[in-house]
Design a binder for this molecule. Structure first.
Ligand code: APR
Length: 313
């Protein structure tokens, strides 16, 4: 049975997510945006592509949340990008208002939906959705880890010439400069990455992964990455709708795991029909723990700023 997925924010990432999802033929899709006509136009264009690729799903565009009624999954990509001269706090305040509004509006029509959040600052926006929606933690998950890990996998493939399918990388932590690429847990067809790639080359891959988002921004000049973030969102939707019990890195609400609590944080999670079914705890060494703690502190500060801006009690 096909599901129903609503994507709020029909910009570059939202519409590309619809594209990847239509290819998977797993759900009828709704695109919502505040810009009049734009989600309708993109939805119609995509609907008109489906006879060519042979996929039977419906794609609806709207400026009205009623169209999202009865969604199994709500994907939130609505928001503003950080513009020159805008501080992280400014961005946080603007996107917090948008994400809070989107959460309330979608919940009116889809009270049972699972939320996948992409809008930045990602970990904080996922926390906001859970609080504003008064949702159980398993129904909110943030996308960052699949993207960061995919970037690392792509760089390892470029370095080694091995198929991306054989390359398994795990990037944990908050979505930002302090993310933690776990080289000890990453491998090529079971061979530890550290045994396959010389130390200084591996260090360069880790650094490029950390700055992966910025590398795309500086090439594009306007806007940020969307193919890979959207592919990551589609994989998460697929895992949930098909109840796959797929383990991927994603932002989940911490309740003591990794010694962390009351923040969203990038960790390996099991995704299935209930949303976040389980958080997997890796055995970490002291350096890895210290790096995660540093990353957690950055997320804590962002969430503290959110609490100063909004009453979430
Ligand atoms: N309700 C619905 N849609 C909204 C709202 C709102 N209140 N506010 C903004 N939007 C829409 C914009 O009109 C735009 O079409 O969100 C869309 C965002 O799309 P893009 O600007 O193309 O940004 P994108 O590259 O898709 O990135 C989405 O992800 O990286 C994060 O926070 C970053 O805002 C960015 C988001």
């Amino acid at each position: 049975m096909k599901g129903k997925v609503s994507i709020i924010g029909a910009g570059m990432t939202g519409s590309t997510t619809a594209h990847w999802l239509a290819e998977r033929e797993i759900a009828d899709l709704v695109l919502v945006d505040i810009v009049e006509g734009m989600p309708q136009g993109k939805a119609l264009d995509l609907q008109e592509a489906l006879p060519i690729i042979g996929k039977d799903v419906t794609v609806v565009g709207s400026n009205d949340y009623e169209a999202t009624s009865g969604s199994d999954i709500v994907v939130i990509t609505a928001g503003l990008p950080r513009k020159p001269g805008m501080s992280r706090e400014d961005l946080l305040a603007k996107n917090a208002n948008i994400v809070a509004n989107v959460t309330r509006e979608t919940l009116k029509y889809s009270p049972e939906a699972i939320f996948i959040v992409l809008t930045n600052p990602l970990d904080t926006m996922a926390y906001l959705t859970m609080k504003v929606g008064n949702l159980p933690p398993h129904r909110v998950v943030g996308q960052a880890g699949i993207l960061d890990s995919a970037r690392m996998r792509a760089f390892v493939a470029m370095e080694t010439g091995v198929s991306v399918e054989n390359i398994h990388c795990y990037v944990l932590g908050g979505h930002g400069d302090s993310m933690v690429p776990l080289t000890r847990h990453s491998n090529i067809a079971g061979v530890p990455l550290r045994d396959y790639i010389p130390e200084e080359r591996l260090a360069a891959i880790v650094e490029r992964t950390r700055k992966g988002g910025g590398e795309i921004v500086s090439l594009l000049k306007t806007g940020s990455a969307y193919y890979a973030p959207a592919a990551a969102l589609a994989q998460m939707v697929d895992a949930i709708l098909k109840d796959k019990h797929l383990i991927v890195p994603a932002a989940a609400y911490m309740q003591g795991e990794y010694g962390l609590s009351d923040i969203f944080f990038g960790v390996p999670v099991m995704l299935g029909r209930k949303g976040v079914e389980k958080i997997i705890e890796y055995d970490l060494d002291d350096d890895e723990r210290a790096a995660l703690e540093k990353s957690a502190e950055a997320v804590r500060q962002s969430i503290a700023t959110l609490h100063e801006l909004m009453d979430l009690s």
